[in-house]
Design a protein around this ligand. Structure first.
Ligand code: BG6
Ligand code: MG
Length: 219
């Protein structure tokens, strides 16, 4: 196995539990339009860009909107989402994440962010994590969303690291597919039964050390 030189992290659901705020805000949008959005349906939205998510939700509700109305509804959703995010503090960083990133830094492994979110920098700033990332590839930079590999290939290029020396941490099916399409190792954050294409799956960083990562991939 090649040496691990860079780790690329998804944001929502990996660094911080913002997935619940996305769900609340999307559900509110669906309710405003007269239908509900289940948690199961919401699962399909993980890792997917804002406007693509809106299209999926409108299809679920069988609602058609003009392009102008789509933009307006998406903007309202984003305002609500950000209001919820502003309640967060650095303590909302998911358990073990800060310690794991500190371990990577001490081992001179490069750290990057690969997120579909256009709010990535605002959220990282909110939880005081901006300074950890040598590069941030977010929804403002990519032209192709996950499962396309673009987001992680851009991240590895920024870090001057080859895909085979890069590991991606992802909680979304589309994100794991993006990592694999980029030719990278994928650590799924969540459940094995959902993230079937990941190389390994862990529930989170609480009990996951750099030594575990090296043991999994460098033996
Ligand atoms: C991803 C989330 O990280 O970002 C998706 O998993 C979200 O749920 C997407 O839709 C876009 O986020 P934002 O913040 O730009 O609306
Ligand atoms: Mg995610």
């Amino acid at each position: 196995m090649p040496a691990i030189k860079a780790c690329l992290f998804d944001l929502d659901g990996v660094i911080v539990d913002t997935a619940r705020f996305h769900y609340i805000a999307w559900r509110q949008l669906a309710n405003d339009l007269g239908f509900d959005l289940s948690e199961e349906e919401n699962e399909k939205l993980k890792g997917i860009s804002r406007m693509e998510s809106l299209e999926i939700i409108l299809a679920i509700g069988g609602v058609e909107l003009s392009e102008e109305e789509k933009s307006e509804r998406a903007a309202v959703k984003n305002t609500r989402y950000l209001e919820l995010c502003m309640q967060m503090t650095p303590d909302d960083t998911l358990p073990g994440v800060r310690r794991f990133l500190d371990e990577l830094k001490s081992a001179s492994i490069k750290i990057g962010l690969g997120s579909a979110s256009k709010n990535a920098k605002v959220i990282l700033d909110r939880i005081d994590m901006l300074s950890y990332f040598e590069t941030i590839v977010d929804g403002n930079r990519v032209t192709k969303g996950k499962p396309d590999p673009q987001v992680f290939l851009m991240g590895a290029a920024d870090l001057q690291t080859l895909p085979e020396n890069s590991v991606v941490f992802e909680d979304a099916v589309a994100g794991v597919q993006s990592a694999k399409a980029a030719g990278m190792l994928a650590v799924g954050i969540g459940e094995k039964s959902v993230l079937t294409e990941a190389d390994i799956v862990v529930p989170g960083f609480r009990d996951f050390q750099l030594a575990d990562l090296l043991e999994a991939f460098e033996k």
